[in-house]
Design a protein around this ligand. Structure first.
Ligand code: SAH
Length: 384
C-alpha cells in the first residue's frame, strides 16, 4: 500500500468509547438512545456531567452568552407572567439546564424593576453538571436569593412556578426508528468489521413510533424523545395544583416529520456523533409539535410557538439594543449591535430557534403569545 493510501491512524478512543466498545462487544448492538444517554450522562465521563461546554474554549455558544438582552427580556417576561398569575407571594423560578447561569443573572438584574417580584422569588436550578453548578453559583450568589440545585425537575417542591428552558430539551437523548420494508426498527450502534462504531438496526421490528408519518418511505428515520415527555408530565403535575408557566426555547421544527437530526458539535464545528464518546456535544432537533401534543394530553395549555426573532422583537429587543448602544459609546456600540443581530437574524438564530409557552389550564396568554395550540397533525408557526 502506498503511503498516500494508508488509512490515517484513528484518534485514540476516549475512555467512554472504550467502555462502550466493551459493552457492545459483550451485549451486542445498543440503541442510539442508550449510546447517547451514556455519552451525555455517564457518572464519570458523561459530557453533561464533567465538561464545560459553553463559551469560546468550549464547544458551542448559546443566546444568553451572545447578548445580555436575551436574559433581560426573559426576566421582564417572567415578571409579567407572575403578575398574570395574580402575583403569588411566593414563586419558584425554575431553570432547566442553566448553563453558566448567564441567562438567569441577566433576568434577575432586569427584574429589579419589580422589587415585589424579586421578594417573592426563590431560585431552583435543575442541572446535571458539577462544573456548571459551580459557575451558576458564582454568577447567581450575588443576587442574594435562596438558590437550590436538583438533578431532575420532579425533585423541586410544589408551588406557583415559572420555568425557563433554553437549549435544554435538545440535549435530552432521542430514540431513532428506521422505516424498513417490514415496518419500523429501532436504530442502533454496532461494531463494524474494524471494531469501529457504526449505525445499524435492532433485529426485531417495533410498533410504529407515536406520531410518525404513515407515508414514511423506506430508510427514513423518525425520532422520539422520551425524556422530553417526562419533563412535560412533570410540568403537568406542577401545573395542576398551582399556577405554572413555562418558556421552552430551542432549535427544532414545528411539525413532526421524518429526518435524522442527531448531531455532534465539538470546538464550535460539526463532528462525528459516534466519534469521541463523552467528549462531544450530542443533540437533536426539538419536535415542538410532539411536546405540544404531550402537554395538551396532560391537561396543560400550549401557546403557539414564535420564531425567536418575533419573540424577542415583540418583547422590545430593538429598544433595549438602542439603550445599550447609547451607553456603550462608539467603542462598544458595534459589539452590542452584532450580538443583538445574531439573535434575531434569520440566517443565524432568528428563525431556526423557536419559543413555545406552556402553562396551567386557566392562565391567560403570557407576553408575546396569542394563540392556543395543540401541536396539530402538522404543526405550524404563529403568524405575527
Ligand atoms: N441554558 C443554558 C445552557 C444550555 S446547554 C444557556 O442557554 O446557555 C444545556 C444545559 O443543560 C447545560 O447546563 C447542561 O449541563 C444541562 N443539562 C443537559 N442535560 C440535562 C439533564 N438531563 N438534566 C439537567 N440538566 C441538563
Amino acid at each position: 500500500m502506498s503511503a498516500a493510501a494508508r488509512p490515517l491512524p484513528a484518534e485514540p478512543m476516549s475512555p467512554l468509547g472504550q467502555l462502550l466498545r466493551q459493552r457492545i462487544g459483550a451485549e451486542g448492538a445498543i440503541s442510539v438512545y442508550d449510546f447517547v444517554d451514556v455519552c451525555l450522562y455517564d457518572a464519570r465521563h458523561g459530557y453533561y456531567r464533567v465538561r464545560e461546554p459553553l463559551g469560546r474554549d468550549g464547544d458551542f455558544i448559546t443566546s444568553p452568552e451572545i447578548s445580555q438582552i436575551f436574559g433581560e427580556l426573559i426576566g421582564l417576561w417572567a415578571v409579567e407572567t407572575w403578575r398574570a398569575m395574580g402575583a403569588p407571594a411566593q414563586v419558584s423560578l425554575i431553570e432547566l439546564g442553566p448553563g453558566r447561569g448567564t441567562l438567569m443573572a441577566d433576568a434577575l438584574r432586569a427584574s429589579r424593576v419589580a422589587p415585589d417580584f424579586q421578594k417573592a422569588c426563590s431560585l431552583h436550578l435543575v442541572e446535571t453538571s458539577a462544573p456548571l453548578r459551580d459557575q451558576q453559583w458564582r454568577n447567581l450568589e450575588p443576587f442574594g436569593l435562596k438558590i437550590r440545585w436538583y438533578d431532575a425537575l420532579e425533585q423541586v417542591g410544589p408551588g406557583p412556578a415559572i420555568v425557563i428552558a433554553n437549549e435544554f430539551f435538545d440535549a435530552l437523548p432521542v430514540q431513532q426508528f428506521v422505516r424498513l420494508a417490514d415496518g419500523w426498527q429501532e436504530r442502533c450502534v454496532v461494531l463494524d468489521a474494524d471494531d469501529a462504531f457504526a449505525f445499524g438496526v435492532a433485529p426485531a421490528a417495533t410498533a410504529p413510533p407515536a406520531g410518525a408519518p404513515t407515508d414514511a418511505e423506506d430508510g427514513e428515520i423518525f425520532e422520539l424523545r422520551p425524556g422530553g415527555d417526562e419533563v412535560i408530565a412533570q410540568l403537568a403535575r406542577r401545573g395542576a395544583d398551582h399556577p405554572m408557566s413555562a418558556l421552552v426555547i430551542d432549535y427544532g421544527h414545528l411539525a413532526s416529520a421524518c429526518g435524522d437530526t442527531l448531531q455532534a458539535v465539538r470546538h464550535h464545528g460539526r463532528a462525528d456523533p459516534l466519534g469521541a464518546p463523552g467528549e462531544t456535544d450530542l443533540t437533536a432537533h426539538v419536535d415542538f409539535a410532539a411536546l405540544a401534543r404531550s402537554a395538551c394530553a396532560a391537561g396543560l395549555q400550549v401557546w403557539q410557538p414564535l420564531e425567536q426573532r418575533a419573540f424577542l422583537l415583540s418583547l422590545g429587543l430593538a429598544q433595549r439594543c438602542a439603550q445599550l448602544e447609547a451607553a456603550a459609546g462608539d467603542a462598544g456600540k458595534l459589539g452590542v449591535r452584532a450580538g443583538a443581530h445574531r439573535l434575531v437574524d434569520p440566517d443565524q438564530m432568528g428563525t431556526l430557534f423557536k419559543v413555545m409557552a406552556i402553562g396551567s389550564a386557566n392562565l391567560p396568554a403570557p407576553p408575546a403569545f396569542e394563540h392556543a395550540w395543540d401541536g396539530g397533525a402538522h404543526g405550524g408557526l404563529a403568524a405575527r
